[in-house]
Write a protein that binds this ligand. Sequence first.
Ligand code: MG
Ligand code: MG
Length: 250
Amino acid sequence: MIQIKNNEQLAMMRQAGRITGEAILKAREYIKEGISTKEIDTVIHDYIVKCGAKPSFLGYGGFPGSACISINEEVIHGIPKKSRILHEGDIVKIDVGAYYNGFHGDSANTFGVGKISNDAQALIDATRESVYRGVALAKHGNRVGDIGSSIFDYATSRGYGVVKKYVGHGVGHELHEDPEIPNFGTAGRGQRLFTGMTIAIEPMINAGTHEVRVLGDNWTVVTADGSLSAHYEHTVAITDGEPVLLTEVK
Ligand code: MG
Ligand code: MG
């Protein structure tokens, strides 16, 4: 069931979203060669707790970290580890949720470690562009398929694979609410969007095939062909006017 938020609830979601976005910016300061994904996770955990919030992912389905940190061919759900060290040229995806005043924010970003290849930068840029193309269509009266088809068409026109097995979602009191927000679809089709909905739009774009598989740790999702993957995610409120990005911090 779709949970509609009133203005008071949206104001609280704004706070959860701000903390989420700030935690990612904080993490960015620490991304450099030689740091472990566990150290980055600790930075995120401590920032969220300092804000009086809770890391949404910690313990979710048994997940052991406060953030999902995924490197290179890892798409999503990477587990932070002391033994996992960033190297020059890696691309790292940081996916964070913060729970504050009864509501979640959910956001992800992809960063390069030191100097990265032109191909890696192009993939990151296209994934960032695709999330904003989706966000621009998160308007009252549009449909879920408008968002998905826009993301899909943009990414595939550049030769990238768009992950279909994992999708965006409603977000609010629960981390994952209805409806699903796929990164594919048909314009004009699917669930209608209306004022008061809050959704996480999160394209996962691969340099190669769209196919993915899950590693033996039962969490880490990787590209089936070992190609690079990028991920951007924003929590967005649908209003009478323009979409409101709840997790964007500048
Ligand atoms: Mg997320
Ligand atoms: Mg999400």
